[in-house]
Write a protein of this length. Structure first.
Length: 211
């Protein structure tokens, strides 16, 4: 973890820290610094992921190193972040965890992205077991499954008119999501308005996985 040389708390109360989700010591240090600066946590959003598009392939062509590095960040990283984040929530008497998965972890909508799809399927299982494990501690755990979203991870095909047209044929709403539309669902699940929601996987995909 890289500490900042100046007061890391911005005027709006935001705290900027760096950590490697695949490095448990780095994560533990980041959470410790957040606790010291903020006095504790009541919401955890698990969002870091990689998609090694240029190196991905179908299983028989997929290099095991790509598989391992994808799982290490997308699934093990999610577990480690949840592990240390939930410790902070327990210390504060409960809270909400929102884990970002993918529609590709539920349906085979990303052929050729075998490592990414499998890692996100594992995330879905992690959400459900954490929800069962920690409901009695006042911690809700839910997942958000974005579909086609205008983010840097999708820059490899966004902007290609033919690629976009082909992808949108499968989306009933007929357009690509903006990040703010996914963020709104995350904010809802993190809030008290979702106080009776846990163990759920929320698709934010324009109907992609509904048809």
């Amino acid at each position: 973890m890289a500490s900042l040389d100046v007061d890391p708390i911005a005027p709006d109360g935001a705290l900027g820290l760096c950590a490697d989700v695949a490095d448990e010591a780095s994560l533990a240090a980041a959470f410790a610094e957040a606790r010291e600066a903020l006095g504790g946590l009541d919401v955890l959003v698990v969002n870091a992921a990689v998609q090694q598009t240029s190196e991905e392939a179908r299983a028989h062509e997929l290099d095991a190193s790509v598989w391992r590095s994808t799982i290490e960040v997308n699934l093990t990283g999610a577990f480690l972040t949840a592990k240390h984040g939930i410790r902070e929530l327990l210390a504060c008497g409960g809270g909400s965890v929102v884990v970002i998965g993918s529609a590709a972890g539920v349906y085979g909508i990303a052929p050729g992205l075998d490592a990414y799809s499998a890692s996100k399927a594992g995330v879905n299982g992690l959400v459900r077991v954490l929800a069962a494990d920690y409901a009695g501690d006042g911690i809700r755990v839910n997942g958000v499954l974005p579909g086609l979203t205008r983010t840097p991870m999708n820059d490899w095909w966004l902007g290609d008119a033919a690629e976009e047209e082909e992808a949108l044929r499968a989306v009933p709403l007929g357009r690509i999501a903006e990040p703010s539309e996914v963020a709104a669902v995350i904010a809802f699940l993190a809030s008290d308005d979702a106080s009776y929601v846990t163990g759920a996987m929320w698709a934010v995909d324009g109907g992609l996985t509904a048809v």
